[in-house]
Ligand binder design. Structure first.
Ligand SMILES: Nc1ncnc2c1ncn2[C@@H]1O[C@H](COP(=O)(O)OP(=O)(O)O)[C@@H](O)[C@H]1O
Ligand SMILES: [Mg+2]
Length: 212
């Protein structure tokens, strides 16, 4: 099993959600939908080990995240997971390819040119990030994540600033990646059409988490 969450509860100033349990198997894609403010991003960050839940546990590949030591947590973040956000963190003065190469050096994996072509950025690799459109920048940041060859991808509204055509192409590339690598995807989105392309869809509503 790639990921197992048991009875997660979280609150900030008021309770956000409780009793969230979830399992992610190899080659599986899961969507989490819910209105803005329902706690989707918080839950995704808990599943990825960035936020500690108030209660409950998260394990990846059978290892409880809280039981990992600092080094193991670092390795896990560096090698095992890929995180895609709506806004991208790129080095703007570098070219698209240089940004992608940084990820590949950190992970020790070769740059996969075919994925760059499939993402439609093959022809802009030598341009500076600052000269690229928002959609192209988002695709460069997704390429960076895929170059790491993570086992689990956590994506928070990854196509939020892409038009329909680009959005379709990007999601197709991510789904193909998951299938080829027998990885797993947890996708947070408010787009029900996109969510339905995943194997399972869960809704976060009024603090409860249920499959739909
Ligand atoms: N670090 C934080 N501290 C306090 N409140 C937070 C924090 N992060 C999120 N919240 C609040 O928790 C609620 C859920 O936020 P979020 O998880 O971002 O929901 P969603 O992604 O579904 O829009 C919101 O009301 C938000 O303001
Ligand atoms: Mg959010």
């Amino acid at each position: 099993m790639l990921l197992e969450a048991k009875q997660l509860t979280h609150s900030y100033s008021s309770p956000l959600f409780e009793g969230v349990s979830l399992q992610l198997q190899p080659s599986e894609t899961i969507a989490i939908v819910g209105v803005s403010g329902s706690g989707k991003s918080t839950l995704l960050n808990i599943l990825a080990g960035f936020i500690t839940p108030k209660n409950g546990s998260v394990s990846h590949f059978g290892v409880d995240f809280q039981n990992r030591d600092r080094k193991s947590k670092e390795e896990f973040r560096k090698r095992d997971i890929g995180v895609i956000f709506q806004s991208h963190y790129l080095f703007r003065g570098f070219t698209a390819l240089e940004n992608i190469e940084v990820a590949s050096i950190i992970s020790g994996k070769q740059v996969d040119r075919e994925i760059l072509e499939r993402l439609g950025i093959g022809s802009v690799l030598n341009q500076k990030v600052a000269q690229l459109s928002g959609g192209q920048q988002q695709r460069v940041s997704i390429a960076r994540v895929l170059m790491k060859q993570p086992k689990i991808i956590f994506a928070d509204e990854p196509t939020g600033n892409l038009d329909n055509t680009n959005s379709y192409q990007v999601m197709k590339t991510i789904f193909e990646y998951i299938e080829e690598k027998r990885g797993g995807l947890v996708l947070v989105t408010h787009d029900m059409d996109l969510a339905k392309k995943c194997n399972r869809v869960f809704r976060l509503e009024h603090g409860k988490f249920s499959e739909i």
